[in-house]
Design a protein around this ligand. Structure first.
Ligand code: NAI
Length: 306
């Protein structure tokens, strides 16, 4: 039997994630949105791509939560995206109310689900979702690190000409401009990036990664969706298929990396129980300092939640 995945928010990111999950063919998808006919129309369009793309998964659009009952994973993408000139943190109050309300309604129908939070500002919205349900922290996890790492990997590929498949990298910390691309853990075909690319070129890729979301907002007038949708689907697959991938995700720390009671991006083992392990890496002194700066930035936003 296929698993059941609910995606709340049928906008750019939610719909892209829904189609990526459907293409994996391991889960049926329920797409929920408040706009009448919108999730139903997108679901029908995706069902009609199944014959071409070769998936049998069924997508159902809904404006309510009855159809979501018994979901294995609930993904939360509902909320406002950034417009040019805005930071993710400018969205906090608007999206707090949306994330709280959809979490309450979703967990009432799916008390055993794993929640994957995508709405920005991501780290703060993980706290909102966690507070709106009484789930263990391992069952509430955020998507940001896979996206930020994918951006870093893409820029390294542009710079070196190497295949993105051979580029291993890691971006940790909060999902803001103080995120921490971990250069010491970055390799191209097993060779440290620092042996292949000059320090100033690495620094410019690090900066482009930190501002990668804003670069797209400036080009499109709204935030990205292809890479975010794909990154979300990678997390869903790891959970539903119990792949136990080690992926950079936003997890509630309780002492790891010297931080407690705060959602931060760290490498985790992601399986059917959600965050099954938080992996602690040895960071260099400067990476530790950057991580501490990112912790302060996330705490500032979380403090606005009240
Ligand atoms: P969008 O505007 O295309 O879609 C959002 C959808 O949420 C809309 O269709 C809207 O009707 C729906 N919605 C609003 N309130 C709702 C409610 N109470 N119940 C159900 N649906 C509701 O926005 P997009 O581009 O899909 O972005 C969604 C969120 O994801 C934004 O907050 C954005 O900043 C965030 N995002 C996060 C990323 C990450 O790395 N964590 C990456 C990209 C976007």
């Amino acid at each position: 039997m296929r698993a059941k995945v609910t995606i709340i928010g049928a906008g750019n990111v939610g719909a892209t994630a829904a189609q990526e999950v459907a293409r994996g063919d391991y889960a049926d998808v329920i797409l929920v949105d408040i706009i009448e006919n919108y999730p139903q129309g997108k679901a029908l369009d995706m069902n009609e791509s199944g014959p071409v793309l070769g998936y049998e998964a069924k997508i159902t659009g809904s404006n309510g939560y009855e159809d979501t009952a018994g979901s294995d994973v609930v993904v939360i993408t509902s909320g406002k995206p950034r417009a040019p000139g805005m930071s993710r943190d400018d969205l906090v109050t608007t999206n707090q109310a949306i994330v709280k309300s959809v979490t309450e309604q979703a967990v009432a129908q799916s008390p055993d689900a794993i929640l994957v939070v995508v709405t920005n500002p991501l780290d703060a919205m993980c706290h909102v979702a966690k507070d709106a349900c009484d789930f263990d922290s391992q069952r509430v996890v955020g998507m940001a690190g896979i996206l930020d790492t994918a951006r870093f990997r893409a820029f390294i590929s542009f710079e070196t000409g190497a295949s993105v498949r051979d580029i291993q990298a890691l971006v940790l910390g909060g999902h803001g401009d103080q995120m921490v691309p971990v250069v010491s853990a970055t390799t191209v075909g097993g060779i440290p990036l620092t042996s292949l690319v000059s320090e100033d070129r690495i620094e410019s890729m690090v900066e482009r990664t930190r501002k990668g979301g804003g670069e797209i907002v400036n080009l499109l007038g709204t935030s990205a969706w292809y890479a975010p949708g794909a990154a979300t689907a990678e997390m869903v697959a790891s959970i539903v298929l119990d792949q136990k991938r080690v992926l950079p995700c936003t997890a509630l720390l309780s002492g790891e990396y010297g931080v407690a009671d705060l959602y931060m991006g760290v490498p985790v083992t992601l399986g059917s129980k959600g965050v099954e392990q938080i992996v602690e890496l040895d960071l260099t002194d400067s990476e530790k300092a950057e991580f501490a700066g990112s912790v302060d930035a996330v705490r500032d936003v979380v403090s606005i939640l009240g």
